[in-house]
Design a protein around this ligand. Structure first.
Ligand code: ADP
Length: 489
């Protein structure tokens, strides 16, 4: 039985620094359950001095704990134990489900195993990638040494709290860094539990620390702290740009930025089985209530297949039912909060004012108390400059545009602001390859949409969708800096 009583979940204290739960004196903020909007906890926000304490603790732990200097395989061993604990901790799963938009069945099926596997993937990377040796004259040795940065500052969003934390902590820790992580203030608890489990698994106290609070105060203090040598961020494009600016005012440090998207689903007449296609497109824009940066929210469909595909999609859009995340039977995610709900409503209103027609959905589900469950929504009759086509909505809203020939389809798929992902649906290999080459997008999926726990393939956006990659060995190597050494003897 996966269902649980939301009132009986034991909440860990807020900040976790040096292996200790820490009470601080900062401003208090309320934490709400997305399913019903109820305030279930209050936390204090980490101030500049609290963040300084976390970063200094992490810096010190690297000096004294041996995490940086041990044989990399030893780090891998501890991380594998950590992954086992993550997979077998009911409290972790409940905290994730209670505080985020993820139904418990989804957390158990996806979030927990994907989090554990990402940690295992990086445990394996720990001793696999070295530097380089260069051909020099015999009396010299030229090499490139890969070293950890030191303390890495990580900031994660609310949509996939645990897996985002694993994408940041996995490579950083495996490479011998320490981490200070700030989860979203909307979903603070599961990450603390994850850090407790790391210490249980043998991670030296202080190597992974969690600070809670807003972006403006806690996040800003973290990214600009002089001992934070690299920043890894996942969140909105606006905030990513802001962080770059804030860092630049204080000095220079590398950033990995995973930002927003407005990804196209480009469907050609020869895309194959229409039922399979409709299911794939639906998942692409409704998974996690559309609250995923990779969501495929722009359907660009060739005219010959548009009508039957839209009919199937309308039928599928009418199936999801709202249900609180702690019920085993719930499958459909709520929006994170009222602010997000109002944003979805306002973009749809603007879209309609500029000519969009609601084919299905368009409203909040009734009878869901203070929870914001939004109906899967199809918007037709939109031109490229419609706000619903231009803006990342972070709700289950799909715009529909039709095209006649390949060139027109590819032109519609391009986006001025974002270049995160694209789906191309065609059974013609040459056409698929032409599209792959033409699309200015960090990931292109052909005849599928979305990842499936394939940690080996990196992910990251072009244009306003970000800088650098998460996942894959690329993310591990991005947590190392390269030192060139030339020795004469
Ligand atoms: P969203 O609007 O989806 O919540 P944000 O990009 O604002 O996305 O937030 C993602 C993460 O970035 C959160 O943990 C948030 O607290 C943090 N954040 C927001 N603003 C800043 C900032 N100025 N500096 C550092 N972190 C920030």
């Amino acid at each position: 039985m996966l269902s649980f009583d939301p009132e009986k979940v034991l909440l860990p204290a807020g900040h976790y620094i040096g292996g200790q739960h820490l009470k601080t004196a900062g401003a208090r903020f309320a934490v709400k359950r997305p399913s019903d909007g109820k305030v279930y906890a209050e936390l204090t926000e980490a101030q500049i001095e609290d963040v300084d304490r976390a970063v200094t603790t992490a810096h010190q732990a690297l000096k004294t704990s041996g995490w940086r200097t041990c044989a990399p395989r030893e780090r891998g061993k501890i991380m594998r134990r950590w992954a086992d604990l993550i997979e077998n901790d009911p409290l972790l799963a409940q905290l994730e489900s209670l505080g985020s938009t993820r139904p418990i069945s989804d957390v158990m099926q996806h979030e927990i195993p994907f989090t554990a596997e990402a940690i295992r993937f990086y445990a394996e990377c720990a001793d696999k990638y070295s530097g380089d040796l260069f051909p020099t004259q015999e009396s010299s040795l030229g090499m490139l040494i890969a070293e950890p940065y030191g303390v890495i500052g990580a900031i994660t969003p609310w949509n996939f709290p645990l897996s985002m934390a694993s994408w940041k902590c996995g490579p950083a820790l495996a490479a011998g860094n320490a981490v200070v992580l700030k989860p979203s203030e909307l979903t603070p608890f599961s990450t603390v539990r994850m850090a407790e489990l790391a210490v249980q698994a043998g991670l030296p106290a202080g190597v992974l620390n969690i600070v809670q609070g807003s972006g403006a105060v806690t996040g800003n203090a973290l990214v600009t702290h002089p001992l934070v040598r690299k920043v890894s961020f996942t969140g909105s494009t606006l905030t990513g740009a802001r962080i770059m600016g804030d860092i630049a005012q204080h000095g220079m440090k590398p950033v990995t930025l995973e930002l927003g998207g407005k990804s196209p689903q480009l469907v050609f007449d020869d895309a194959g089985d229409i039922d399979v296609l409709a299911q794939r497109i639906l998942r692409g824009f409704t998974a996690n209530g559309g609250q995923a940066c990779v969501a495929g929210t722009r359907l660009i469909v060739q005219r010959g297949i548009a009508q039957p595909l839209l009919e199937r999609l309308v039928a599928l859009c009418q199936q999801p039912r709202p249900g609180v995340t702690w019920q085993e039977s719930s499958r459909y995610a709520p929006l994170i909060d009222a602010r997000q709900g109002n944003k979805v409503a306002s973009v749809i209103a603007d879209a309609k004012a500029q000519g969009a027609e609601v084919l299905v959905g368009g409203e909040r589900f009734a009878d869901t108390a203070e929870g914001w469950f939004w109906q899967p929504t199809l918007l037709c009759g939109v031109t490229h400059d419609n706000p619903a086509v231009q803006q990342e909505i972070f709700g289950p809203v799909l715009t529909v545009q039709q095209f006649d020939d390949e060139e027109e389809g590819l032109a519609l798929a391009a986006h001025e602001t974002y270049g995160l992902c694209a789906g191309v649906h065609t059974l013609s290999l040459p056409r698929a390859l032409r599209a792959v080459r033409a699309l200015e997008s960090g990931t292109v999926w052909v005849n599928r949409y979305g990842r499936s726990g394939d940690f080996i393939i990196p992910t990251g956006g072009f244009l306003g969708s970000g800088i650098g990659k998460d996942l894959g060995r690329q993310a591990f190597q991005a947590c190392q800096r390269q030192k060139s050494v030339l020795i004469d003897f």
